[in-house]
Design a protein around this ligand. Structure first.
Ligand code: P6P
Length: 336
């Protein structure tokens, strides 16, 4: 894939469609649908402070978390756009208790992709004007084409993903994604409503000096994680590192991929399996990380090798610059 700077996302998709092993055009249409939904959500996120759309929708999602109105809006827009384009046969979302089966108007529809999304990750930051993001993960279905999807189509290990990416609604809005041939970042020009290739072939620096973790949970962490955090803080070699934690996975990941760093959401004595969800947060970010020469682990194991058991299951998550994740693994191994 030879990206050309300032190429539009549309041109990029067309030019690289044939390099994708399943190039039937459907995946291109899927990425285009995500592009459209991202622009619609971006418009609402950017004016959230101005209209009465922020604040709680009064409902709570399966995670027991208060649903912010923008959560609900983003969820509806992504599901609606993907459904209208008749590209996918099923969608799972953080905001939906179970998966949504998309039965196309064409009874013998041949749609073969399923999508899992976190429509607005970090939404608790909306009221304080901190950047938030959308995360998406794409698989080919494993049950027969033309039949309604089943849970089996969604409980696939992360290494089966055919595409993954995120939208970060920050100081500028970016769409960053992979189809298994590297990671490319596109920045939205809001005046034109067009995404331009601004970050071709994104790579995690092999080493970094930023660590991202909610240190308020330190007392509850595994001893190996505590030792690694203390290692980051020691005055030695190129340390102490810098601590940066936004409370928005997409933003912390994006910064660490550009500057070098490690993001950690460990399990703890309070959150026995961690907080982040495997299928629509950890797997897509792990696919991106590995495509960008980084690493993503749950502890001993690679995130992408975990065999899912539940739609909303949570896992511990450590992800970022290869050498930083490998150093963490050394500390974890001391206690195994
Ligand atoms: P805590 C947002 O809710 C999220 O899923 C990630 O985006 C973020 O990194 C993490 O949770 C923040 O969690 O417990 O540190 O507030």
């Amino acid at each position: 894939m030879v990206p050309k700077r300032n190429q539009t996302l549309g041109e990029f998709i067309i030019e690289n469609q044939n390099s994708f092993q399943y190039s039937s055009g459907e995946l291109s249409k899927l990425i285009n649908a995500i592009r459209l939904a991202a622009k619609v959500v971006n418009h609402e996120v950017n004016k959230a402070g101005l209209v009465d759309i922020i604040g709680l929708a009064g409902d709570t999602n399966i995670q027991g978390e208060n649903q912010q109105k923008l959560d609900v809006f983003a969820n509806e827009k992504f599901i609606q756009t993907l459904t209208n384009r008749e590209i996918v046969c099923g969608i799972a979302s953080e905001e939906e208790d179970s998966f949504v089966s998309i039965n196309s108007h064409d009874e013998n529809h041949q749609n073969k992709y399923i999508v899992l999304i976190d429509p607005l990750d970090g939404s608790s930051n909306i009221d304080v004007n901190v950047s938030v993001g959308t995360i998406f993960s794409v698989y080919r279905r494993v049950t027969p084409v033309g039949t309604p999807v089943t849970l089996e189509d969604f409980l696939q290990p992360g290494h089966k993903q055919v595409a993954a990416g995120y939208v970060v609604y920050g100081t500028s809005t970016m769409l960053v994604y992979t189809t298994g041939d590297g990671v490319n970042g596109f920045t939205l020009n809001p005046a034109l409503g067009t995404f331009y290739l601004s970050h071709p072939n994104m790579q995690f620096p092999e080493e970094g000096t930023i660590y991202s973790v909610n240190e308020g949970n330190y007392v509850h962490f595994h001893p190996g994680v505590k030792d690694y955090i203390k290692y980051c803080q020691m005055e030695e070699e190129n340390r102490p590192y810098t601590s940066r934690y936004i409370g928005s996975l997409v933003s912390d990941f994006h910064r660490n991929m550009i500057k070098g760093g490690i993001y950690m959401y460990p399990k703890s004595s309070v959150t026995q399996s961690g907080k982040l969800r495997l299928l629509y947060e950890c797997n897509p970010m792990a696919f991106l990380a590995e495509q960008a020469n980084g690493l993503a682990i749950g502890g001993k194991n690679r995130i992408l090798d975990i065999e899912p058991t539940e739609l909303h299951q949570r896992v511990p998550f450590f992800c970022g610059s290869r050498k930083m994740v490998e150093k963490l693994q050394e500390f974890l191994a001391k206690y195994q």
